[in-house]
Design a protein around this ligand. Structure first.
Ligand code: HEC
Ligand code: HEC
Ligand code: HEC
Ligand code: HEC
Ligand code: HEC
Ligand code: HEC
Ligand code: HEC
Ligand code: HEC
Ligand code: HEC
Ligand code: HEC
Length: 496
């Protein structure tokens, strides 16, 4: 048999194709047209004529599911009519973020206009309270209006929370402004900032120059002259953290940070230290150990003086002094320091109740108790006449500065670092005074955190990893009635 030439082959194929093609076409069309209808024509019609689509679909009961969803979500802000029963879901480029799941099939809440980019007004219809980046009217900033929400919050990247996504990807380049901040905000006083690994400056810290909120200042951590904390409280960390231990009621006591710094439950910061829970077991406020273990109440000067006055009045009128034969030391107020122990004499001297109460008050305020931890000044001349201690010498205790955030413009989290020793970041064991600022410098962070570019064994950290963006619209998250310390606060840059 003679083999077919290539030409014959080709002719045969062409002939073959011509014959059944009509049949194949019919099948293709039959499959293609419904697909076209379902995934393009209906979605587009639904998008262009939402009202008619809705009534059309309602006759088929197809909107029941959506209606139920909207019922369940009565609190949601008014929003554009959703398109048909997820007819446009086929165009979905990926799952929307966790917080947006209730609207996963409700494309119109974000895409109110077809064939255009997502508009800020769509986002704002729900996120009414979202804060600006810079306080309004404070600086003439150019460029902020030009950035859309969707440039930083892309969505459709899976169910992970959008805020988490921002840790790794801040969308619009923060550097575009911050690398040369004066270009966009000539009046700004902050320094130029770029990638964390290479161009991020040393941190600023917020310190207190006094006890009031207005006394907070943000100063450069490297400025040793200004980076000083005025606490009103005396407290040498080094003495208490002595590796050999420090004398307590039950002998030598090697103290740990956690003896005084207990997490506040947020993972971010710590509960305030206080006399009762963290000091008084060692620093007792006894005043007359020969008679009782009685201590003066801590806190109010008036109550201390009244307690002393009443106590010695009782002692005098009940002739208790006869029993007051003291041998050895009394006033165990500063445990451990032999030479600082108060002599036994003052309290045992005879005299009337007022004289003895005066002596006891002098002892406590001027020598052994209050003065150890507080800045004490004399006065006013006469006390509150409604209190029994008003005829004693009066004293004033300087206000103790309340706890405050140290780096309010960043969101540091202690929980994420709980596998590190506290002293890696805070050199507390070397600190002699409470005015020392114990905050870590940027160099330590760089051991583990690099910038945007991933590096082996390090944590890639884009700006959103450590910073928020929105001012809290002045309603910062509260924990136990206190503002959480690490919200992006309105800038209180006050370098004076
Ligand atoms: C919670 C808001 C939200 C919802 C709901 C939502 N999207 Fe999006 N979508 C976005 C954002 C944000 C973008 C980014 C677009 C931009 O830059 O303007 C986007 C982008 C897109 C894009 C462009 C793809 C791209 O990668 O740029 C398509 C297509 C799209 N969405 C389809 C849908 C469809 C279909 C639905 C409903 C099933 C839907 N979206 C629901 C917020 C949303
Ligand atoms: C230049 C980037 C950028 C732009 C533009 C932007 N955001 Fe954000 N947004 C962020 C970053 C970064 C966070 C993460 C904050 C955090 O984790 O503390 C965030 C957080 C949020 C949050 C979480 C809650 C909160 O208060 O922090 C919401 C809601 C939000 N943005 C909505 C919006 C809306 C709405 C717009 C548009 C008006 C917008 N964002 C514009 C960067 C941006
Ligand atoms: C129909 C209402 C609605 C619309 C429209 C909407 N959101 Fe949301 N968004 C929510 C709700 C509800 C949450 C979850 C609660 C929360 O975290 O505040 C949320 C959460 C977020 C979060 C933080 C969630 C997280 O991961 O912690 C960001 C960021 C956000 N939305 C940005 C946007 C942006 C950008 C747009 C516009 C493209 C948008 N949202 C449109 C209702 C909406
Ligand atoms: C359009 C320009 C622009 C963009 C984009 C921008 N910022 Fe800013 N940012 C500013 C201005 C202006 C200030 C206010 C400076 C001041 O108070 O002196 C500011 C303030 C800040 C501050 C507080 C600084 C301080 O110490 O008071 C931080 C932190 C910050 N931005 C981080 C970011 C992050 C993170 C991004 C990206 C998600 C970003 N910025 C994007 C212009 C911008
Ligand atoms: C006996 C109680 C006590 C112990 C133990 C203690 N602290 Fe403190 N700490 C305080 C008090 C009181 C303050 C507030 C006054 C001050 O600033 O010194 C404070 C303040 C701090 C501050 C913030 C103040 C600043 O200037 O930066 C840091 C950080 C700190 N301590 C870290 C530590 C670390 C780390 C340890 C363990 C190595 C530790 N502390 C152990 C009582 C204690
Ligand atoms: C475990 C017992 C113990 C606890 C708890 C304790 N201290 Fe002390 N503290 C001592 C001893 C002992 C001394 C004396 C050390 C010395 O003079 O050598 C002392 C000394 C001091 C001094 C004077 C240091 C000097 O040399 O002048 C101050 C101030 C002080 N403590 C404050 C505090 C405060 C504030 C707290 C609570 C936050 C506290 N202490 C908790 C045992 C303790
Ligand atoms: C061992 C250290 C220590 C001694 C001794 C001490 N205090 Fe205090 N005092 C503190 C601490 C810590 C605080 C702040 C937290 C608290 O209220 O417990 C404080 C707070 C105070 C306050 C509140 C200050 C403010 O900001 O409003 C007054 C008033 C006060 N003490 C008075 C006294 C008087 C009076 C004495 C003496 C009888 C005394 N303290 C002895 C540690 C001490
Ligand atoms: C690993 C954490 C980390 C990363 C990543 C990071 N920062 Fe910071 N940044 C900080 C801390 C902490 C401060 C000090 C905050 C304060 O003073 O309250 C700071 C301070 C700033 C300031 C204030 C500068 C000044 O003059 O005091 C700006 C602006 C800023 N960062 C922007 C950025 C930008 C933009 C990026 C991304 C290119 C970025 N940061 C990345 C932790 C980080
Ligand atoms: C990786 C570094 C790092 C480690 C480790 C670390 N801290 Fe901090 N700490 C910080 C930074 C940064 C701040 C400032 C946060 C702020 O206030 O904005 C801070 C703030 C504090 C403050 C003052 C603010 C407050 O909440 O009272 C105390 C106290 C403190 N740390 C104690 C500790 C103790 C105790 C440990 C160990 C359990 C510890 N830190 C471990 C970095 C660290
Ligand atoms: C010994 C390594 C190490 C050092 C040093 C270190 N970090 Fe971290 N940091 C980590 C690890 C690990 C995580 C958690 C990563 C995770 O859980 O995804 C983290 C997480 C963080 C986060 C995100 C917390 C959250 O989950 O919201 C911030 C912000 C941060 N670090 C800032 C800092 C700053 C500022 C410093 C310097 C004062 C610092 N880190 C020093 C290892 C380190």
């Amino acid at each position: 048999m003679k083999a077919k030439s290539p030409q014959d082959h080709l002719a045969h194929e062409i002939e073959n194709l011509k014959q059944p093609l009509m049949g194949r076409r019919a099948i293709s069309w039959a499959l293609f047209l419904p697909a076209l209808l379902a995934f393009l024509i209906l979605p587009v019609l639904a998008s262009l004529y939402p009202d008619s689509t809705r009534s059309f679909l309602e006759t088929f009961g197809m909107r029941a599911a959506q209606q139920a969803q909207m019922e369940a979500d009565k609190n949601a802000a008014p929003r554009p009519t959703p398109t048909g029963f997820a007819l446009d879901a086929s165009w979905n480029p990926g799952e929307v973020a966790g917080g947006h799941q209730p609207w996963a099939n409700d494309c119109r809440v974000c895409h109110s206009e077809s064939f255009t980019q997502v508009k800020d007004s769509d986002c704002l219809s729900c996120h009414k309270d979202i804060g600006d980046h810079v306080e309004k009217g404070k600086l003439d900033v150019t460029g902020l209006d030009g950035i859309r929400c969707a440039e930083c919050h892309r969505d459709h990247k899976g169910q992970m929370a959008l805020a988490n996504q921002n840790k790794h990807y801040s969308g619009t380049n923060c550097e575009s402004c911050h690398i040369n901040i004066k270009a966009n905000a000539p009046k700004s006083e902050i320094r130029d900032v770029g990638d964390f690994a290479k161009k991020h400056p040393e941190f600023r810290v917020q310190v207190a120059t006094g006890p009031k909120k207005e006394d907070l200042r943000r100063v450069l951590l490297s400025d040793k002259e200004k980076a000083v904390e005025k606490t009103g409280l005396k407290f040498p960390h080094d003495v208490h953290l002595d590796k050999k231990g420090i004398k307590g009621p039950k002998g030598e006591n090697v103290m740990k940070c956690a003896d005084c710094h207990v997490g506040d439950g947020t993972g971010v910061s710590f509960k305030e230290t206080n006399m009762k829970d963290h000091c008084q077991s060692c620093h007792e406020l006894r005043f007359e150990p020969t008679l009782s273990n009685r201590q003066v109440p801590h806190g109010s000067v008036e109550e201390v003086l009244s307690t002393l006055r009443e106590f010695y009045s009782y002692v005098s009128s009940n002739r208790v002094p006869d029993t007051m034969k003291v041998t050895g030391e009394i006033l165990q107020i500063r445990p451990g320091s032999e030479e600082k122990k108060a002599p036994a004499a003052p309290l045992v001297t005879s005299g009337d109740a007022k004289t003895r109460a005066t002596l006891a008050a002098k002892e406590m305020f001027e020598k052994t108790a209050c003065l150890v931890c507080h800045e004490i000044s004399k006065g006013p001349a006469v006390g509150d006449t409604k209190t029994t201690g008003s005829d004693l010498p009066q004293y004033t205790v300087a206000k103790v500065t309340p706890q405050h955030a140290w780096m309010p413009q960043a969101k540091f989290n202690h929980k994420a670092h709980d596998n590190q020793a506290c002293t890696d970041c805070h050199k507390a064991n070397e600190s002699k005074k409470s005015s020392d600022v114990l905050m870590p410098s940027i160099e330590g962070c760089k051991d583990c955190h690099v910038g945007k570019q991933p590096v082996k064994n390090k944590i890639a950290s884009d700006c959103g990893y450590c910073h928020g963006y929105h001012l809290p619209a002045h309603k910062a998250e509260e924990v136990d009635g206190k503002a959480k310390v690490t919200a992006l606060a309105p800038s209180v840059l006050n370098t004076k």
